[in-house]
Design a binder for this molecule. Structure first.
Ligand SMILES: [Zn+2]
Ligand SMILES: [Zn+2]
Length: 245
């Protein structure tokens, strides 16, 4: 009883000294707020919804099995056979990802991975995964940032979903120019050959799930899958925190 009173008192003092604010709108968060967003921003976060492309996971407001980019013969060339995401990459998620990636707010990994774990059950295909593999950064970029945000997500998610995480076998061998400004085909070409699997034995014959923060065209994931399939992975899928639409 005394201990619990002390804990509340300590939380109250910390709240007065260091009030937490919503990552998206900047409003003060109430004492004891569970996450990094205020209730209004949390409610405004867009879900992927029940209709999405069976291949790339793109939300499809009008229904159908596949989006425009995954119809017909285009699918057969894909090495990453399936992409799923927990959230749509709207303004609130963008603010969270930005803080997580560029402002050292690594403690957000637990909250974000918890959300990915909650949404995991919506996608029964993900249950096939035997190994989680974070999308690697180029060593130079990782040194500058100090951490790989996808690896932090994969580690937390691995614990929650009881799956092993391998952050050594896949490496980025080419520091590709920014994808911004490239069209869809350009992005795919830009990422082809950018990754290599340095420990083929770790992925051979396995169903691998790539983990990343945001999927846009899927070109980065495809680049990773290309390297993993060439190393003998049986199947490559991907699960990302957010999906840009
Ligand atoms: Zn807010
Ligand atoms: Zn698609």
């Amino acid at each position: 009883m005394l201990l619990s009173n002390f804990k509340h008192l300590r939380e109250g003092v910390l709240y007065v000294l260091f009030p937490r604010t919503c990552y998206s709108c900047g409003r003060d968060l109430p004492l004891g707020a569970p996450g990094p967003l205020c209730r209004a921003c949390q409610e405004a976060v867009e879900e992927v919804g029940p209709r999405y492309c069976a291949c790339c996971g793109q939300p499809l407001p009008d229904g159908g099995a596949h989006c425009f980019h995954c119809r017909g013969s285009k699918i057969r060339r894909r090495q990453c056979t399936l992409i799923r995401s927990a959230w749509v990459f709207g303004p609130q998620v963008r603010a969270l990802v930005h803080a997580f990636k560029y402002a050292d707010q690594t403690y957000l990994a637990d909250f974000l991975a918890e959300y990915m774990a909650q949404k995991w059950a919506l996608y029964p295909e993900l249950a096939q995964a035997q190994l989680l593999l974070p999308v690697p950064l180029h060593p130079r970029k990782q040194k500058a940032r100090g951490y790989n945000q996808s690896e932090l997500l994969a580690r937390q998610l691995g614990e929650k979903c009881h799956l092993p995480v391998d952050s050594c076998s896949l490496v980025r061998v080419r520091n590709t120019p920014s994808q911004t400004g490239f069209g869809r085909e350009g992005r795919l070409q830009n990422m082809s050959g950018a990754f290599a699997c340095v420990r083929p034995g770790a992925v051979q014959g396995k169903i691998v799930l790539l983990i990343d923060d945001v999927a846009t065209t899927g070109a980065t994931l495809e680049g990773c899958a290309e390297a993993l399939k060439a190393a003998g992975a049986k199947k490559v899928m991907a699960y990302t925190l957010a999906r840009e639409i």
